[in-house]
Design a protein around this ligand. Structure first.
Ligand code: HEM
Length: 127
């Protein structure tokens, strides 16, 4: 196994991840019924998002928080949704790649997920 080196690698990662995410019992419905995704449009956006993070490509124009605020409004997020998203992401990365860039996409997903949950008011662990 090797590290994530280019956009072709990112495409493989992203396609494998969303293939699993859409079939997932906890979060699949977000992609299929909450927002029925147009994958031909969505996949390049997600690749540009990660390409921005790993290769500083300047391609992704932003607005992801707004998209997830809308999702949260349509079907309220809970911490278990983020836990599953991250588990699937980490698992998919580990299945396909190994190295500093692979670690970076796992680390960044985690920190973004924490920020997202804070902004959306998905509180963790309190009663
Ligand atoms: C509970 C966890 C999550 C679910 C169920 C989820 C689901 C979705 C869905 C359905 C969309 C499409 C929204 C639309 O087009 O209106 C979307 C967009 C997106 N998501 Fe997530 N997401 C989650 C967490 C995350 C995390 C943690 C990240 C990043 C690390 C992320 C990155 C993105 C990006 C970059 C987009 C594209 C935004 C754009 O169109 O500009 N998501 N997500």
């Amino acid at each position: 196994m090797r590290d994530i080196r280019n956009k072709i690698d990112l495409e493989k990662l992203v396609k494998t991840f969303y293939d699993r995410a859409t079939k997932d019992d906890l979060i699949g419905h977000y992609f299929t019924s909450v927002i029925p995704i147009d994958w031909d449009r969505h996949i390049p956006i997600i690749i540009s998002f990660w390409s921005n993070i790993l290769f500083n490509s300047g391609e992704y124009k932003g607005g992801m928080m707004y998209k997830h605020m809308n999702l949260n409004y349509l079907s309220a997020f809970e911490e278990k949704h983020f836990d599953r998203w991250l588990a699937l992401w980490n698992d998919t990365v580990d299945q396909l790649f190994v190295g500093p860039q692979a670690n970076e996409v796992k680390y960044r997903a985690k920190t973004i997920a924490v920020i997202m949950q804070t902004k959306l008011g998905v509180f963790r662990g309190e009663d």
